[in-house]
Write a protein that binds this ligand. Sequence first.
Ligand code: COD
Length: 162
Amino acid sequence: MLKAVYPGSFDPVTYGHLDIIERTCKIADEVIVGVLNNKGKMPLFSVEERVKMLEEATRELPKVKIIPFEGLLVEFVKELNANMVIRGLRAITDFEYELQMSQTNHKLEPGIETMFLTTSLEYSYLSSTIVKEVAAFGGDISQFVPEVVINRMKEKMPQTEA
Ligand code: COD
């Protein structure tokens, strides 16, 4: 049985993330989306809000569970008895960080492998940071994120358009 963990900040979840989640569902039996509760960083959305948005956005995907985590990713993966970490790769700029992260995780816990899914062409430019920037200047974000995120963005940034 393949139990995969897809970890991230998801601040907020975008169609790029959802594409990776949907594709992971085709290869794994269970998909845990791990939402980092990083107390050192100041995300736009609280971990509870990020979990809620992900839960709504993945409602139709029965294999998916959304779970927040703190601390080391490998500890979270071990606690869940999972055997694979999934990461998305957009451009070459992602590669260095992703390689370093997967090698560190492998050193910390050799039993845990990381599998990379390359981004779908239509989402290769997309990131949570870009979405927040467009929303901050009143741009239309409806092609980047699901409706649940647009609604939450409007609460945080009243200038958000959709
Ligand atoms: N298309 C495809 N994939 C995408 C897209 C897109 N448009 N946008 C993002 N992704 C991928 C990212 O490449 C990433 O793989 C994933 O989706 C999540 O992205 P983010 O930006 O929400 O999440 P990150 O990269 O900030 O997550 C980092 C972690 C939380 C996983 C990391 O910091 C972590 O594991 N922290 C815990 C502490 C730890 O264990 N550190 C040691 C490891 S070195």
